[in-house]
Design a protein around this ligand. Sequence first.
Ligand code: NDP
Length: 298
Amino acid sequence: MALILDGRQLAAELEQRLQAVVAERLQRAGRPPGLAVLRVGDDPASGVYVANKEKACTRIGIVNCGAHLPATTEAAEVLATIQRLNADPAVDGILLQLPLPAGLEAEPLLAAIDPEKDADGLHTLNLGRLLKGEPGPRSCTPAGVMALLARHQVPLAGARAVVVGRSILVGQPMALMLQAADATVSVAHSRTADLAALTRQADVLVVAAGRARMIGAEHVRPGAVVVDVGIHRLPPGVDGRSRLCGDVRFEEVEPIAAAITPVPGGVGPMTVSLLLVNTVARWCLHCCGDQPLADLLP
Ligand code: NDP
């Protein structure tokens, strides 16, 4: 029976910590932290994600400075909105919710976000800071994974880590963070030969391939720690309900792993938490000149 790395529980603990950090500094700061979630169009899944993020902000004491623009908005107007938020001193974090409506290119808009207000930690400058080990906002999903591993005291120094996936969103920053924690890291991708032989070497296996249930018992060394970043909605079953699953066949891997993240309830809640951490961390720096959350920004 593996230890379950419970992201919901840790996210709730982090919320309490963030509430305390905000409450302690509010007077000194002179204003609450502000996060602008910028949504363009009406992608239904994005609507749910944005609502979740806004609710979490309210619980912590972060002001929602976001905007919802119609799907027909021109790129120049989205850009002007980002520039207005960049210049607004009440905004500490900006997040452009993806996907954008057809016809709007994400890259130039993401690049226009002030790197000091980059709540997602994905701006080129912040990825460079991660590479160089300099402080800055960190990519939310991999930083969330690092927080889960730290919370459960998973040893990383000298450990053999394998990351499946090399996206800029997850795989690449994940590998950099594990390496910064002194793990010996291999990165697998769609052209990796004999994936199972590689993943079986892992003490810590992080899977972010975006392939539903691709990793099974044959990929995992008994006693390994397995983190499943993948999230997929399965077609409705006989009961008419659709379910979520990850990139890992949980029922096969859980009996042999030392620890494993569930889907849902593992990495997902940590991603939202780290968005809040990045925002509050920037606020502390902007308004109080300190950084009480550095341990969460690996
Ligand atoms: P991408 O599709 O951008 O990247 C997937 C990566 O996996 C690529 O590098 C790809 O290789 C690699 N890959 C694909 N198939 C295989 C294979 N058969 N063997 C080995 N490697 C493979 O996905 P993301 O990184 O954006 O997301 C990954 C998953 O994580 C998705 O399910 C996504 O929904 C989920 N996710 C979950 C989050 C959460 O909060 N829980 C947040 C972000 C993402 P190549 O480069 O060669 O194409």
